[in-house]
Design a protein around this ligand. Structure first.
Ligand code: BDP
Length: 606
């Protein structure tokens, strides 16, 4: 049965049962969990583990924290006999990175990719009126065929050690909620919307996929609950005159209620909050509702103390409050699609989101940015056969899942299909990228701009794939990984020189990463690298260059907050490029950014 990605909601016709809580957990170093009967549930003596959360930071020993391989979760739930005539699905909001799901000992599904949801239908395996067991086998090994990419080595005692090709901790587990979704047999499975503005009004073209034959009705309500439009049919148009548009930091959400009737009776009803806006590119500008916007904000991570990459609503709320305080209007979901609730909040708050796939580390190096900056030889990633056969298929299917999941969010204004891939080392990158960019255009009826984040090697004269991008995303570290310290003056010059070349492409250029590591509390006169005031000087220098170049239409600092990485020589308890600490307190640079961003209008350079 099809993957049902529609966000689960309780309505008059549907029910959602949250399975969050303590589950049983165990590592499966020998990969023989099936033989041990784990498919029927873990032994009662197995340790408890919170769901949702990543497991790593609960442990006090290194081997558990860094565990790589197979591991299991299980829990028990009750199946209401009233569900017998309905569809019962279990929905994993994210299971990092590969999962096989068993209910009452029977395999009900599997999924590859740790940052997008999937459902398994349980109709044939449930014991109604009784306890049911769900067991999930997960694996968090990395390879060139996983998204994100990496590898692992095996120590003499058999311990596997993860070596990510990316710069964040390989947090894994049931990192987002798990819910049962109970729907009528004839229900709404998918909804697709596209908005067109005309004469002060808007027309929303919609299409609905249902799980059986039924009559579809759409009613649109404004924020006061007044019905402003209606339509019928599995596809059609809803026209709103005098429309209240969704604008950056000034959101307005209509409620679109879709209903399916079968033999004249209501079978299913699903409400969707919808911001009406358009996105397009004209020359070197990104336009929202026909007007140019200047992006201010961050590359972020889903990362917090103790819960790791686990779904953490209090941190989500705090992050939005901090972003509003500092004058930001946008962020990139670096380096993977985030929890759905983050997009819902971004819709409500009017944030512009660049939605990114977990295609990070597609450059064979464990310290990619550093090696690239020093010119070290890197193996062309896209030459590998596995990449051209397996990785590409997974990449395309995760692209499909991301677009299906996120396509109706007003906040999502662009797609980032990869972060810092090797677009210089091999011509084979081109065919791979073409398939991705073409598929994205086919799937997104809203035609949102597409891009990928360019690493420093990917310059205008060398990058083989820039021509596919609708706008250009740059990650640049002149003044940190190269030309740092006293040389910073040359760094700003180099940045300026590079931008002269990007300017000639005629496309909008957005900085999706720039920043320096620093230790909170360290200030020095004169400044030194790692001091908070060095970060401030670096940002001021970059901003002067941005202001000079008309093509620069966005600045997203790396990173919103300090975050955890694999331990290593260039990381001191994680990456410290945060404008806020990992506990979400401001560093010195936060005040400088606030000063600047509060003074830049939305249509800056418009
Ligand atoms: C870039 C990566 C990002 C890193 C950052 C850094 O895109 O994930 O965290 O550099 O080095 O290469 O801080």
């Amino acid at each position: 049965m099809a993957n049902k990605l529609l966000y689960p909601r309780n309505t008059a016709t549907r029910q959602v049962v949250d399975l969050s809580g303590m589950w049983k957990f165990c590592f499966d170093k020998a990969s023989d969990g099936e033989k041990k009967g784990y498919v029927n549930g873990l032994p009662a003596a197995a340790p408890d583990m919170p769901v949702p959360a990543s497991f790593a930071d609960f442990f006090t020993d290194k081997y558990s924290k860094e565990y790589t391989g197979d591991f299991w979760y299980s829990t028990v739930f009750f199946a209401d006999p009233a569900w017998k005539d309905r569809d019962v699905d279990i929905r994993f909001f994210a299971a990092a990175h590969e999962a096989t799901v068993y209910v009452n000992g029977k395999k009900v599904g599997e999924h590859c990719g740790g940052f997008l949801p999937f459902t398994c239908n349980l109709n044939d395996v449930l014991r109604y009126g009784k306890a049911n067991t769900v067991a999930v086998k997960l694996n968090n090994e990395l390879s060139c065929a996983t998204l994100p990419c990496g590898e692992y080595k095996v120590l003499k005692d058999g311990t596997k050690v993860t070596t990510p090709y990316f710069d964040f901790f390989n947090y894994s587990g049931l990192i987002r909620p798990v819910k049962l979704v109970i729907t009528p047999k004839i229900s709404i499975v998918d909804i697709t919307l596209k908005h067109v503005l005309k004469d002060g009004g808007a027309v929303t073209e919609y299409s609905v996929e249902t799980s059986g034959e039924g009559e579809v009705w759409l009613s649109v309500y404004d924020e006061d609950g007044v019905k402003v439009a209606e339509a019928s049919g599995v596809s059609g148009e809803a026209e709103i005159s005098g429309v209240h548009l969704w604008q950056p930091l000034n959101a307005y959400l209509y409620t679109f209620v879709f209903e399916v009737y079968s033999d004249g009776n209501l079978s299913d009803s699903y409400p969707l909050e919808v911001g009406i806006r358009t996105v397009e590119i004209k020359g070197n500008r990104i336009l929202v509702n026909g007007s140019p916007v200047y992006f201010k904000g961050f590359g972020k991570h889903e990362d917090a103390p103790v819960s790791g990459r686990g779904f953490n609503l209090p941190y989500i709320k705090r992050d939005f409050e901090l972003m509003k305080w500092i004058g930001a209007n946008s962020f990139r979901t670096s380096h993977y699609p985030y929890s759905e609730e983050i997009y819902q909040l971004a819709d409500r708050e009017g944030f512009l989101v660049i939605d990114e796939l977990p295609a990070v580390g597609m450059l064979v190096s464990t310290r990619n940015a550093v090696d690239a900056a020093t010119g070290a030889k890197v193996e062309p990633f896209f030459e590998k056969e596995i990449v051209q056969t397996v990785t590409i298929e997974r990449h395309l299917s995760q692209l499909g899942e991301m677009i299906t999941r996120d396509k109706n969010h007003a906040c999502v204004v662009a797609w980032s299909l990869l972060n810092e891939p090797d677009t210089v080392g091999s011509d084979k990158a081109v065919g791979y990228f073409e398939r991705l960019f073409d598929r994205c255009r086919e799937l997104d009826v809203q035609n949102r701009p597409r891009s990928f984040a360019h690493i420093i090697q990917s310059r205008p004269d060398r990058c083989k794939c820039t021509h596919l991008c609708d706008f250009i995303m740059l990650n640049r570290y002149y003044g940190w990984y190269l030309k740092s310290g006293l040389e910073i003056v040359d760094a700003f010059d180099a940045l300026d020189g590079e931008l002269d070349k990007w300017e000639k492409t005629g496309k909008p250029v957005m900085f999706t990463e720039y920043g320096t590591d620093n230790m909170q509390g360290l200030t020095r006169l004169p400044s030194v690298m790692w001091a908070e005031n060095y970060q401030v000087e670096y940002l001021e220098g970059y901003h002067k260059v941005f202001d000079k170049h008309p093509c620069v239409m966005g600045e997203q600092v790396w990173n919103f907050a300090d975050f955890q990485t694999t331990e290593g020589l260039i990381r001191c308890d994680g990456n410290k490029k945060g404008i806020f600490t990992r506990y979400r307190e401001p560093k010195m640079a936060a005040f400088e950014l606030k000063r600047r961003w509060d003074s830049l209008p939305l249509n800056y350079k418009g």
